[in-house]
Design a protein around this ligand. Structure first.
Ligand SMILES: Nc1ncnc2c1ncn2[C@@H]1O[C@H](COP(=O)(O)OP(=O)(O)OP(=O)(O)O)[C@@H](O)[C@H]1O
Ligand SMILES: [Mg+2]
Length: 274
């Protein structure tokens, strides 16, 4: 059976002054899937994201997007190609309204950022699109609120809306539920599920409850290398994964973490073996 891969990394390596943060990683991301990248603190997850967005250049190895080698492309080309990382490119402006933020993102997508003299009809069309995106992320009622005044979870929803405005083919989310309370975690998890229709999502997520709920496939990183891959059932039943997180090995599967204990809900696990 041939897989339809949107993104592949081949023998990806990133070394910092002799320390190998990403060690020969071969990722295969299937089109249309939600793929989670998990692993203990310092495993190399964010570094992989930085390599995918060309924020960092790899020491060696290559990146393929839709079968095309993009290793040599500058970071500015990556978003235009359709790879968009949320909470970075899509930073929101605190003093603009929620609606204005989405409109700015839409204008950026259309390359019109400075055409403020645009015909009213064009602006109205942008408004309609922006309202649709706000509806998609459950923010209709907040359209005219100042972004600064949004509750934390809603701000994340707005960041997702501004990312969606760029119409990404592949959306990268680095810890979308980080620092959230229980209710916001569920809201954002449901939102990710909803907006995943027709796109591919690669997410770093420490909350294993969210991973179990969303991810079609999971790659576990440990000390820069892939430890194992599979669906939630197989990965969570793998004693090596348990050992990586808990520093202990036994036959018990890793239980989904429902209540985040802090910024990283499995920090306790990561530190337990030290
Ligand atoms: N610019 C850098 N220079 C030197 N070392 C770095 C740099 N960036 C990351 N590292 C190191 O590479 C390793 C992987 O870091 P990375 O941030 O990718 O981990 P992570 O899996 O995202 O961890 P976390 O779960 O804490 O976010 C760490 O040991 C980190 O200290
Ligand atoms: Mg990280």
């Amino acid at each position: 059976m041939t897989q339809d891969l949107i993104l592949e990394t081949k023998n990806l390596i990133k070394a910092f002054k002799g320390f190998t943060a990403v060690d020969d990683v071969n990722l295969q991301i299937e089109r249309g899937s939600i793929h989670a990248l998990i692993g203990p603190n310092g495993a190399g997850k964010t570094t992989v994201f930085n390599l995918l967005t060309k924020y960092l250049a790899p020491t060696s190895g290559c990146l393929l997007f839709n079968g095309k080698d993009i290793t040599a492309l500058p970071s500015a080309s990556i978003a235009r190609l359709g790879i968009v990382r949320s909470f970075q490119i899509s930073a929101v402006f605190p003093n603009l309204s929620v609606l204005e933020n989405v409109r700015v993102a839409l204008q950026r997508k259309e390359g019109n950022s400075f055409h403020f003299w645009k015909h009213e009809r064009v602006l109205n069309r942008l408004n309609d699109k922006a309202m649709q995106l706000l509806d998609d992320v459950g923010l209709t009622g907040f359209a005219h609120s100042k972004t600064l005044d949004l509750p934390y979870g809603r701000k994340r929803a707005l960041e997702i809306a501004t990312t969606l405005a760029l119409d990404p083919e592949l959306m990268l989310l680095d810890e979308p539920t980080q620092g959230m309370g229980h209710e916001d975690v569920d809201v954002v998890a449901n939102l990710i599920k909803r907006v995943s229709a027709g796109r591919t999502i690669l997410m770093v997520e420490h909350n294993l409850h969210v991973v179990s709920k969303l991810a079609d496939r999971i790659t576990v990183l440990q000390r820069g290398a892939i430890l194992t891959e599979g669906d939630y059932a197989s990965v969570s039943a793998d004693p090596r994964v348990r050992e990586a997180y808990l520093g202990v090995s036994d036959d018990e599967p890793v239980a989904p973490v429902v209540q985040p204990a802090g910024p990283h809900s499995i920090d306790v696990a990561a530190g337990a073996g030290a």
